[in-house]
Design a protein around this ligand. Structure first.
Ligand code: NAG
Ligand code: NAG
Length: 897
């Protein structure tokens, strides 16, 4: 490719870092008038393509139809309306109408000279006879190529592959300098695809100030750096824009420029996500002369993410974000900083290094030295050139820099932007993502109800793309402790070195009345209550009527589970760890961390927690129907119909599939079993218990454990043999669940003859011998369509294959189960099989057929030493995931954490 950039000699920028070496006492603030004026764009156009008249979007912005518009020469006919997908969450405006082009077409906007944001909105749906998979097209703006052979369909598909949340639409944001005035936007169907067409749902054009060329950043390449000047006429594409440590900001929260700022949580690598916090109420965050108001909303500077309170932990990890970018382009990476919590007021308090793609782009970063004081925003630009092909990961990482012996070993970030710079051919177009298997069809309720409004927002933004859409549902509870300070003081009180603990107030929730109380009681928690609900102990006591025994739902090694009532009538399940025991603390933290990041219809929702008085209390949605096991055997509950069972399995599979693939890094549940699948009021299956979850494939090294955890009978033999954790370990356990559901017997029943003890082995044996029917739950006799049974047994058998690589993925399992359900449904509809709704098998028979499941040993082994078993009685106990097995593992392997 042609190098189009121009190198210049350095660079005020390196000089800035020299300032640090001087390390002067905090300089007196320099009083230069700050630019607090709101930017008012000269041009601001919102064109709702394929529609006519005026419409309003979810942010209250007015859009004009392109039918008969002065910007759309000779477009007088109506556009086409999207046939709604399952996605009722896609905003009406501008997505539900589209303009389809089967030949080249140009919109002409008579805008003034200067830079413009151009935002293109795409919703790849069926438009009349036009299938989204056939749309391939180029988009140019004046002489710049924005998109080439673009497929919104493949892009959205790929986003779904990588993202935690379902994406339906995609938005692209560009910045083009229309120096001579006038902006032509041309759509051209791709010539390389027969029948290709182009489409567009919305076009937004907003004048913007020069945010790119005022400074000359350095380009870091091959271990050295040169200054890189962004030319005034270069087009840029926004790849990512994060409100780091904060929440999603919509167009109207960034007045003037109408940018959106995504939550960064999804892009953080591994479980090491640091801590997030808002500004100290006593600290005023205000723009300064060097940072005008349009740089970023104050909201971005008023929230931050830092590494955490433990210098030893911080020294051992990098706070890392991973974003996907197109190789072969230069990228401008902009970091926004602002110290917002006392006592971060002086130079050399918090000093860190910044890495991009393994290169050090900044040594000795010191926000106070740059900004000259607390509450003063500052931003830094660096340019990198990721070498590779196609789409690749770009790593952005922060690490404490002990070189200057700063007071704290920590790092901070408030905002992050990644812009792609056009190449020598004036093109920004990357390749389409490779085709991926289509995710299973989803219904609109795929995401749990409480998050739909955010989600639809999110869908509207899809922030930039390749990896894109961010936001966050999940970010309700950005819980980011590193390692909670142990009450016993195991990690605390490190007196050596200049660091030690940061003041608690830094992590406390300054908005919550309860947090002061919490801190005062000395729980010394670093779990922030600002986004996840923090309950006071008093509230918990009220909710459970003082832990009334009549409200007890279960008892286990970890503690008790109570039914409780909050907000005057909302039922919740309250899991209380044994106070002061210190046991299971790691699980406690992991569970909060995991659950708070994950929101899904088929995962149990964490509502909040209480860690006052060294309590470890978790508050969950109440699951009215308890565990799946409670409806299978050894129970007074009536049996579930086959369809119910299938639907429950599908729900659970969806939850697990989401854990495995919903985010960039696989989350492995590690303890899949029928007592960890809970059922709500409407029989919707929800996977619970993330106390044992691990982020894979690369485990966060601060939490690496060689201890094999899980429940015997469900444990992947390969994992057991090699201590190698993969998502296929969950698939194995899920296979056992499938057999359990089919046969209504425990995974392990030591009371049976030897060859029958392990359900997985026995079922596979029977399956091979063609006598599976003999062990199917008698209640289901004659009620399962033979084709469905065959399919179901096939999947279950594949799941429990010895060799993990031969097992299907959770996605495949899901597909097959859905297929099995269809087979059952069509058989029932054709009347060839009875749905079996009312038929009752007498309880006595059921109980007779089921042997005592109380023997459910848990197993603990370290990689080198012995295996031991715990004959724990778990029956009916570990609903809401008490997982005594996990707790016992902890006790037996105190070093395992
Ligand atoms: C746009 O381009 C013109 C001509 O190259 C230049 O003078 C102007 O500064 C540019 N504007 C911005 C905002 O970069
Ligand atoms: C942090 O990242 C840098 C650059 O990639 C790397 O050299 C360093 O080893 C990392 N440190 C840790 C503790 O992972």
């Amino acid at each position: 490719m042609v190098n189009h950039h121009h190198f210049r000699w350095p660079s005020a920028f390196l000089l800035a870092s020299f300032l640090l070496l001087i390390a002067a006492p905090a300089p007196a603030p320099v009083f230069v008038a700050a630019d607090n004026s709101t930017y008012i764009p000269r041009d601001y156009i919102l064109l709702n393509c394929g529609s006519s008249g005026r419409t309003t979007d979810n942010d209250g912005r007015f859009w004009n139809g392109d039918t008969g518009s002065k910007f759309a020469p000779s477009l007088n006919s109506a556009g086409l309306t999207a046939s709604k997908q399952a996605a009722s969450s896609v905003p009406e405006v501008p997505y539900m109408t589209a303009r389809i082009f089967t030949s080249q077409y140009t919109y002409s906007f008579p805008v003034g000279p200067g830079r413009k944001f151009i935002r293109l909105y795409f919703y790849p749906a069926n438009y009349s006879t036009h299938a989204p998979s056939n749309a391939f097209f180029d988009v140019t703006c004046n002489n710049h190529t924005l998109l080439s052979n673009f497929s919104a369909f493949l892009t959205v598909n790929s986003l779904n592959y990588d993202s935690l949340t379902r994406v339906y639409s995609v938005t692209r944001e560009y910045s083009v300098n229309t120096s001579t005035g006038g902006l032509d936007l041309t759509f051209t169907p791709s010539s390389s695809h027969p029948n290709a067409f182009a489409f567009i749902n919305g076009i937004e054009i907003v004048s913007m100030p020069d945010i790119f060329t005022l400074r000359t950043p350095n380009l870091f390449m091959g271990g050295s750096s040169v200054s890189y000047s962004i030319e005034p006429d270069m087009a840029m594409e926004t790849m990512y824009r994060f409100n780091v440590g904060g929440k999603f900001l919509s167009t109207t929260q960034d007045s003037g420029l109408y940018r959106t700022w995504s939550d960064d949580t999804e892009y953080i690598f591994g479980a090491a996500s640091g801590v997030t916090y808002p500004n100290d109420p006593n600290v005023t965050v205000a723009y300064t002369a060097g940072v005008p108001s349009y740089t970023a909303p104050l909201n971005v500077y008023s929230t931050a993410r830092s590494m955490g309170p433990d210098k030893n932990v911080n020294l051992n990890y990098n706070l890392t974000w991973i974003v996907s970018v197109d190789a072969g382009f230069y990228y401008l990476v902009r970091f926004h900083f602002c110290e917002i919590q006392n006592p971060m007021t002086k130079v050399n308090q918090r000093v860190f290094d910044i890495f991009v793609n393994n290169q050090t782009v900044q040594k000795n970063a010191d926000v106070i030295a740059w900004s000259k004081g607390i509450g003063r925003p500052v931003f830094k630009d660096y340019v990198v050139f990721p070498i590779g092909s196609g789409q690749m990961d770009m790593w952005v990482a922060l690490h404490p820099d002990p070189e200057l012996k700063p007071q704290y070993y920590d790092a901070i970030l408030n905002g992050l932007e990644v812009f792609k710079i056009e190449n020598g051919n004036a093109s920004l177009a990357g390749l389409n993502p490779p085709p991926r298997p289509q995710p299973p069809p989803v219904d609109a309720s795929w995401i749990s109800g409480r998050s739909t409004s955010r989600k639809s927002r999110a869908a509207a933004i899809a922030g930039g793309v390749a990896g894109g859409l961010v936001f966050l549902i999940a970010g309700f509870c950005l819980v980011g402790f590193y390692r909670r300070r142990k009450a016993k003081g195991k990690d605390g009180g490190s007196s050596d070195g200049p660091s030690g603990w940061l003041p608690l107030s830094l992590y406390g929730n300054s908005h919550s009345a309860t947090s002061a109380k919490t801190n005062a009681t000395g729980s010394s928690s670093s779990l922030p209550g600002n986004l996840c609900h923090h309950f006071s102990f008093a509230e918990i006591k009220t909710a459970t009527k003082g832990f009334d025994e009549s409200l007890l739902l279960g008892v286990g090694g970890f503690g008790n589970v109570y039914r409780g009532e909050i907000d005057g009538g909302t039922n919740v399940a309250i899991k209380r760890g044994n106070p002061m025991s210190g046991q299971g603390e790691h699980e406690f933290q992991t569970e909060i961390e995991m659950l708070s990041k994950l929101r899904h219809r088929h995962l149990v929702s964490l509502i909040g927690y209480c860690d006052e008085n060294c309590e470890m209390i978790l508050v969950y949605d109440y699951m009215a129907h308890g565990t799946l096991r409670d409806h299978l055997y050894k129970t007074q509950n009536p049996p579930l119909t086959w369809r119910q069972r299938l639907e429950i399995c599908i729900g659970a599979a969806r939850g697990l599939h989401y854990l495995h693939t919903g985010s960039k890094y696989t989350i492995i549940h590690r303890d899949v079993k029928t007592t960890n699948i809970l059922l709500d009021q409407k029989w919707v299956a929800k996977v619970s218990d993330f106390g044992l979850s691990k982020t894979g494939p690369m485990l966060d090294h601060t939490h690496v454990s060689t201890v094999v955890k899980g429940s015997l009978g469900y444990l992947d033999p390969e994992y057991y043999r090699r201590q190698q954790l993969t998502d296929k370990s969950d698939v194995y356990s899920f296979g056992v669940v499938l057999f359990e559901v089919l046969c209504a017997r425990p995974a392990l029943n030591p009371a049976l003859p030897k060859e029958q003890v392990s359900l997985a082995e026995w079922a596979v044996h029977c399956q091979k011998k063609g006598m599976l029917e003999d062990i199917v739950d008698p209640y289901l006799m004659g009620k399962i369509a033979p084709q469905c049974l065959k399919k179901f047994a096939e999947i279950a058998e594949k799941c429990v294959l010895d060799n993990s690589t031969e097992r299907p993925s959770m996605g495949d399992v899901l597909w097959n189960l859905e297929f099995a359900l269809q087979l059952q449904q069509s058989a029932e509809e054709s009347g060839s099989i009875s749905a079996g709704i009312s038929d009752e098998t007498p309880m006595t028979i059921r109980n007779k057929l089921v042997d005592d499941p109380s023997m459910e040993p848990s197993i603990t082994t370290t990689s080198t030493t012995s295996t031991s078993m715990e004959g724990q009685s778990l029956a009916s106990v570990d609903s809401y995931s008490l997982t005594p097995s996990a707790v016992f593992s902890q006790i037996m392997n105190p070093k395992g954490r």
